[in-house]
Write a protein that binds this ligand. Structure first.
Ligand code: CP3
Length: 367
């Protein structure tokens, strides 16, 4: 490996945190590994809980002033290199004609789930503009940070959003989703096509408002057999990835329990593949292919461990990345309620202070 690619020696000038993050998405050398966290704004943080005392989750999402404040507060408190806009995956369901709510302790509930070909036909695709409140929140965050931090917009991937629409909420086995997929592939294809139309417009709004990068969350794609991913999901997901890239921003494509899907996910052409924590980062990156950047992959629950344990894990991940350009440090899934904020801040310091492989002996040079 070219030693000039090593983190810490790559770029002598100090990069702004925002450009450090975007450069890493594009696999350009950076002076240190950028870091941010999935669900960095959430119930583990007192400031968020204070806002939630007076507003529901949906109210926060729909009031750009509040959504921007929650986004900015979390990013500044943690000292991360990127801010993900505060919104929710399910927001596009509403302009498509599906009402949903978040019930305490139960997660999201979609009131009239999509179960038949007729239900698919009834879905609207012409009202993505109603999601303009997310774009207005992004504008506020972009005005606040300018180029100091990377600004991440996001949307759900077709499969994961379809699963919420069909199951009516979270699921263990995705029986209803897979029933529609197998029994009525035409309706399934139409549903994913409709989602791509709406998600494309939604991402366009976010990019025009100032999002530097779009993350596509395919959180539940790991429930699919590889053959089913290829047959029923890949094509529409690839189309969404490519269309967003044509808007001029890199795409991060993330899922959980994806060890068997990584090379197929990379074939969508996404710039960055988000990794869960279940396999070591070096092997996962090989499966993805070094022509893509990767993001990850600390177990979010390890944030409850003593600092020495956390530090060992953080260094293992940075060592496995081996200073190769194109690593963004993150968790393998979102921060959960109850996580000690100071441990999250400590991880940011550990990543920022890591000065390449001399902190890690030679282990990181494997490959
Ligand atoms: O900083 C951030 O990342 C916050 C912005 C954000 C939220 N949801 C706010 C939220 C993001 C990026 C999401 C994405 C999202 N939403 C995903 C994909 C990410 C993942 O976790 O895989 C999914 C699957 C959803 C759907 C969703 N939203 C569920 C299943 C739940 C309930 C589970 C829970 O944690 O309660 C939500 C609620 C939700 N969305 C919360 C937050 C901060 C917590 C609930 C609250 O504040 O009442």
């Amino acid at each position: 490996m070219d030693p000039s690619n090593l983190t810490g020696s790559a770029a002598s000038e100090t990069l702004l945190d925002g450009s450090r993050f975007i450069r890493a998405c594009l696999r350009r050398p950076v002076d240190r590994t950028p870091v941010w966290f999935l669900r960095q704004a959430g119930r583990y943080m007192q400031e968020y809980r204070d806002v939630r005392k007076h507003h529901t989750l949906i109210e926060i999402c729909k009031q750009p002033e509040l959504a921007a404040e929650v986004t900015i507060t979390a990013a500044e408190k943690l000292g991360v290199d990127a801010a993900i806009i505060f919104a929710d995956l399910l927001l596009p369901l509403e302009p498509m004609g599906l009402d949903f709510e978040f019930q305490a302790g139960e997660g999201p509930v979609v009131h009239h789930p999509v179960r038949t070909a007729e239900d698919v036909v009834a879905l609207r695709t012409d009202r993505a503009g109603e999601l303009g409140y997310v774009a207005r929140a992004i504008q506020k965050v972009a005005t606040h940070f300018r180029d100091r931090l990377g600004i991440i917009g996001f949307c759900g991937a077709p499969y994961t959003l379809a699963s919420y629409m069909i199951e009516g909420g979270s699921s263990r086995s995705y029986v209803e989703t897979k029933k529609l997929m197998y029994r009525d592939p035409t309706a399934w294809g139409r549903l994913l096509d409709k989602l791509v139309v709406v998600l494309t417009e939604y991402c366009r709004l976010q990019v025009q408002a100032g999002a530097d990068v779009i993350q596509i969350f395919d959180s539940w794609v790991g429930s699919l057999a590889c053959a089913d991913y290829r047959e029923y999901v890949f094509e529409s997901t690839k189309r969404l990835v490519e269309t967003v890239q044509q808007m001029g921003v890199p795409v991060i494509y993330f899922g959980v329990e994806t060890a068997g899907l990584l090379s197929d996910m990379a074939s969508t052409g996404a710039d960055v593949i988000g990794l869960d924590w279940r396999q070591p980062l070096d092997g996962a990156w090989r499966a993805v292919g070094h022509g893509h950047a990767v993001q990850g992959n600390l177990d979010p629950i390890s944030l409850f461990a003593p600092l020495e344990v956390i530090e060992t894990r953080v260094k293992e991940i940075l060592g496995a990345a081996a200073g190769r350009p194109g690593h963004i440090f993150n968790l393998g899934h979102g921060i959960v309620p109850g996580t000690p904020v100071e441990n999250v801040q400590a991880v940011v310091r550990m990543v920022h202070e890591f000065r390449g492989l001399r902190d890690f002996g030679t282990k990181g040079l494997r490959d």
